[in-house]
Design a protein around this ligand. Structure first.
Ligand code: PMP
Length: 431
């Protein structure tokens, strides 16, 4: 497979953009190769600038649950553009979008649109702090909630429970209020709440961890979290930037039947355009300006083009909820196929699946948290990734990312991918 044109563009890109990319994981640096540059995509397939075709399991990291350039979703966008791209004055479509989200997610009353998942989580925390009058927040090791200062905290090991900025540029003063504890560990959660619970404004959690590979929260852990936050008057925030409208139409709220106080969305609600949202109970959301004193704003928030695409995608999902079962069956088929290859090769790697998300961990350990995830053999993953790419299968260029399935992935795609995965595993295994 030739990547000549991609290499040329990359050479130019690094001169003008840090690392040549606008988001680090796109650099393919962790897998030791240069990135491919994309020309176009359709359905479950994506083509690079050298004309190579791939079955795409990145799917823009989640927004494209109905596949790339889906005509049902994009139809009419040119007419919208002709009417203007942004007004800075409200439009009816923002109200329709808000109603759709509130109707889909049981227990929330009001929603505010923003432009990314990062903005959504950052804003939700501010509101929760304003609402409770407390400063501390709690997050879980290995969960990613965007790149705002307070959330760029990851403990280096399971024993560190207090915030350490992992990025220079985040002042220690800013993250001194961010507590970190291991995922899926009720004892550690209770210990931290026993000590500081009445000072914790909010707990933010990915109900299905999608940023340390794929690590679903265990039900009893989420139940304990709901109970303990309620007891301490702490706002429970579900970060559903990945899982929102993916794991079920009613998101993790429906999937686990557990109700948070606030929720953050991104990805699917924008259908590939830059959108995020945060939502919650009326008494919490009414803290937000101009009703309440907590300030949060956005020039392009509720952008009419983004609302148009996002709303059409959500309406499609609302009217075709059978797609969730279909997606789960496809993901299950893929996960089982991978497990069969592993068995044939005498490998005992862990394969995780939840809804339409699948992840192959290069470790024998069952992965329940960040520490388990760190046992992966990332060298082997890199060989695996490169071998997949050479065979026309694109997965996230890092061990700690899930494969995203869309309704556009056909059985033929999955069978082809499984053949490639078998070969790639063999290659990686023999290195
Ligand atoms: N929360 C979660 C769970 C995410 O996975 C991400 C991004 N992958 C974010 C927040 C941040 O979203 P964005 O990249 O749109 O800022």
């Amino acid at each position: 497979m030739e990547h000549k044109r991609s290499a040329e563009i990359f050479e130019e890109a690094v001169k003008y953009i840090p690392g040549g990319v606008n988001s680090p994981v796109r650099a393919f640096k962790s897998v030791g190769i240069n990135p491919i540059f994309i020309d176009h995509a359709h359905g479950s397939h994506i083509w690079d600038v050298d004309g190579n075709e791939y079955i795409d399991f990145i799917c823009s990291w989640g927004p494209l649950i109905l596949g790339h350039s889906n005509e049902q979703i994009t139809a009419g966008i040119a007419d919208m553009v002709a009417k203007g791209t942004s007004y800075g004055v409200p439009t009816a479509i923002e109200v329709e979008m808000a109603k759709l989200i509130v109707d889909a997610y049981k227990g929330i009353d009001k929603v505010r649109m923003v432009n990314s998942g990062t903005e959504a989580t950052m804003s939700a925390l501010r509101v929760a702090r304003g609402y409770t009058g407390r400063n501390k927040i709690l997050k879980f090791e290995g969960c990613y909630h965007g790149h705002s200062d307070a959330l760029l905290v990851k403990s280096g090991s399971g024993t560190i429970t207090y915030g350490v900025p992992t990025s220079p540029g985040v002042p220690a003063d800013v993250v001194k209020h961010t507590l970190v504890t291991p995922y899926n560990n009720i004892e550690a959660l209770e210990a931290i709440f026993n000590e500081q619970g009445d000072d914790i404004a909010a707990v933010i959690v990915e109900p299905i961890g999608g940023n340390m590979g794929l690590v679903p929260a265990e039900r009893d852990f989420l139940e304990a979290l709901r109970k303990i936050t309620q007891e301490h008057g702490t706002v429970l925030i579900f970060d559903e930037v990945i899982t929102g409208f993916r794991i079920a139409y009613g998101s993790s709220r429906e999937y686990f039947d557990i109700e948070p106080d606030m929720v953050c969305f991104g990805k699917i609600i924008g259908g590939g355009l830059p959108v995020g949202a945060y939502a919650g109970k009326a008494e919490i959301m009414d803290m937000v300006s101009p009703v309440g004193p907590v300030y949060q704003a956005g020039t392009l928030s509720g952008n009419p083009l983004a609302m148009y695409i996002g709303k059409k995608q959500l309406e499609y999902l609302r009217d075709h909820q059978e797609v969730y079962k279909e997606l789960e069956e496809k993901a299950n088929y893929l996960a089982q196929g991978i497990r069969t290859h592993l068995q044939d090769l005498g490998l005992n790697y862990h394969v995780a699946q939840a809804g339409s998300l699948v992840c192959l961990f290069f470790t024998d350990k069952e992965v329940r948290n960040y520490e388990d995830a760190m046992t992966c053999d990332t060298e082997k993953f890199n060989h695996y990734f490169q071998a997949l790419l050479e065979q026309g299968v694109l997965v996230g260029p890092a061990q700690y990312e899930a494969m995203f399935l869309s309704t556009a992935h056909t059985k033929e795609d999955l069978d082809k991918a499984l053949v490639a995965i078998g070969n790639a595993l063999r290659i990686a295994h023999n290195k």
